[in-house]
Design a protein around this ligand. Structure first.
Ligand code: FDA
Length: 539
């Protein structure tokens, strides 16, 4: 009896599976036909479409994937990858995807921590913006237009090509794409001086769900507000950004001072918490915590690296440090003078003297398995609290774990928490990024490391922001909440939405309801429209 019912169930499952597979194969064929039917020149898509039958499909899919967790053979793969070469192709991709029940995942730099730009459980197309990488820098108006498939390394390079005294306050790793990075906020070492990348966007061009190409004027201030920090993927396909370029001195000063527990690291980290957000805004000192082998006796210890960019000269830096943080003992020999663009290479981990051309290389420096989380700190963590973190870093799974503490204050305190969707402003001393890396393939290794970082996150709860326990969308973490696969309720999405956006979540929902009421652009953490409004408006 038991075996009969289980074989019946298997039969039903096989039927269900094969019918959904057949439906998806049919969707895929119809989708491809639709593209050629709607393209003005029927060949226009032939060079930019990749299906699993094509030998370039896998290399293209894997090219920009950062997190090896999403490269396994059982990770869901796109039915089709389109790498548009002209913006006029994108409305057709949107139209055909809508007609044939395919989801679109837009990918620019592929750095999403949870792979949302290239993984979906539902049949999907990747719209990979990799060819959209033109950058036009205008030093007269101190602005630049940057296409969404550009990386921040390419942007920094193109700025430096034209000027030694202009820069832009975006992230540290050169291979990050501006499509995802700017639409989620985007910060780097000039955050205390100039705020986030998204704070310095002055126009944008985007294609909406109806295939219309809009700029700031035609999209209106609500949608323009939403895409600067609210995550682009909920609202359309961003084609390009216009950004404000900002002054950097001819020479900056950098340093990295490493201190282990034996060298007073606990007291130094403790003190840093109350001074780092109050330094003048030209000074940014972050801390990277890791487990290392002590140089003294080879035993394992915890190391805090004080890693800093100062937008000024060494003498002013030394006197400032002497006044506000003498305990670190910063000396002349620790400081190096260089141009701003050389400092970009320094913080990206390149050796001194490396050619600037490395910024144009989109291949990731290293690719590992990883899981990350974020936190905001409003009150200094006690020394006891810090010692508890160190204990967790001695556990096996934390061999390659890191905690990166980035100070706020300065410009971040001056910008209203409603100015753009990114809400984490005054009142935050610093942000934490928790990271765990591993090299071993497979579920078991992944489970062990992910469970370690989840335990660390639980341990941190008393020491970090509460109600909500705030998080940064660009450090995407599906543990903070996910949507249902179909239509998600406001209540369900607000579980993660309030953490990323606080009260700005409500305005994002209003904008989404206006611009994509049918929720075509969606993923596990996309802003949902309110369906009740939809009914009232008769959409
Ligand atoms: P990806 O292409 O994966 O897109 C991310 C999200 O944006 C997805 O939801 C995607 O659909 C959407 N999207 C992408 N392009 C779009 C477009 N054109 N239109 C609409 N939606 C689009 N962050 C930070 O603030 N400071 C830092 O220093 C770093 N450093 C860093 C280093 C490394 C190694 C990694 C892996 C990540 C970071 N990040 C970071 C995080 C980074 O800002 C975040 O992952 C960005 O979303 C990455 O943008 P990409 O375009 O590369 O990602």
């Amino acid at each position: 009896m038991k075996s009969q019912s289980s074989s019946g169930l298997s039969f039903v499952l096989v039927l269900l599976f094969s019918s959904s597979w057949a439906a998806s194969a049919q969707n895929h064929e119809e989708f491809l036909q639709c593209l050629s039917l709607h393209s003005q020149n029927s060949n226009s898509f032939s060079q930019v479409i990749y299906t699993p039958n094509n030998s370039s499909y896998l290399p293209i899919l894997q090219f920009s994937i950062q997190n090896l967790r999403f490269t396994s053979s059982n990770t869901p793969k796109p039915t089709v990858i389109v790498t548009p070469s002209h913006e006029s192709q994108i409305p057709t991709v949107i139209k055909c995807s809508r007609t044939h029940g395919m989801q679109i995942r837009v990918r620019s730099g592929g750095h999403d921590y949870e792979g949302l730009s290239y993984v979906s459980e539902l049949p999907f197309v990747i719209l990979d913006m990799v060819i959209f990488k033109s950058i036009t820098v205008d030093t007269e108006t101190r602005t630049a237009w940057v296409q969404s498939g550009s990386t921040i390394g390419e942007l920094y390079y193109r700025i430096a090509e034209k000027s030694k005294v202009l820069g832009f306050p975006a992230g540290v790793c050169p291979t990050v794409g501006v499509g995802g990075h700017f639409s989620g906020g985007g910060y780097g070492l000039m955050l205390r001086k100039y705020g986030l990348a998204a704070d310095n966007i002055i126009d944008a061009r985007l294609i909406n769900v109806n295939g219309e190409i809009l700029d700031r004027k035609s999209m209106g201030e609500d949608l323009f507000w939403a895409i600067r920090g609210g995550g682009g993927a909920s609202f359309g396909v961003i084609l390009e950004w216009k950004i404000k370029l900002l002054s950097v001195p001819l020479d900056v000063t950098v340093f990295t001072v490493d201190k282990t527990l034996e060298q007073n690291a606990t007291n130094l980290v403790h003190k840093w918490q109350s001074v780092a957000s109050k330094f003048p805004e030209d000074l940014f000192i972050r801390i990277i915590i890791r487990r290392v082998n002590s140089t003294r006796d080879g035993k394992e210890t915890i190391q805090a690296s004080f890693n800093s960019l100062f937008l000024g000269g060494q003498d002013r830096l030394l006197s400032l440090m002497q006044k506000s943080f003498p305990e670190l003992g910063l000396a002349k020999e620790d400081c190096t003078k260089m141009s701003w663009i050389e400092s970009v290479l320094y913080f990206a981990g390149f050796p001194r003297g490396e050619s600037l051309e490395v910024l144009l290389d989109r291949t990731p420096l290293v690719r590992l398995y990883f899981k990350a989380k974020s936190d905001y700190v409003k009150e200094p963590i006690s020394k006891n609290g810090l010692e508890g973190i160190w204990r967790m870093f001695y556990e096996d799974e934390a061999e390659a774990a890191e905690m990166i503490l980035s100070p706020y204050g300065g410009k971040m305190d001056e910008i209203s928490e409603y100015a753009i969707p990114f809400p984490h402003r005054a009142g935050n001393l610093y942000k934490i990024q928790h990271l765990v890396y591993w090299e071993e393939e497979g579920e078991v290794a992944a489970e062990r490391h992910i469970s370690w970082i989840r335990r660390l996150y639980s341990y941190m709860a008393p020491y970090v922001s509460k109600f909500p326990r705030a998080a940064y969308i660009n450090y995407r973490d599906l543990d903070v909440g996910v949507n249902n696969q179909g239509n998600t309720s406001y209540a369900q999405a607000s579980i993660w939405g309030i953490k990323y956006f606080k009260n700005n979540f409500n305005r994002l929902v209003r904008v989404k309801t206006m611009v994509d009421p049918g929720n075509f652009f969606r993923n596990e953490q996309s802003i949902p429209p309110i369906s009740l409004w939809r009914k009232k408006k008769g959409d």
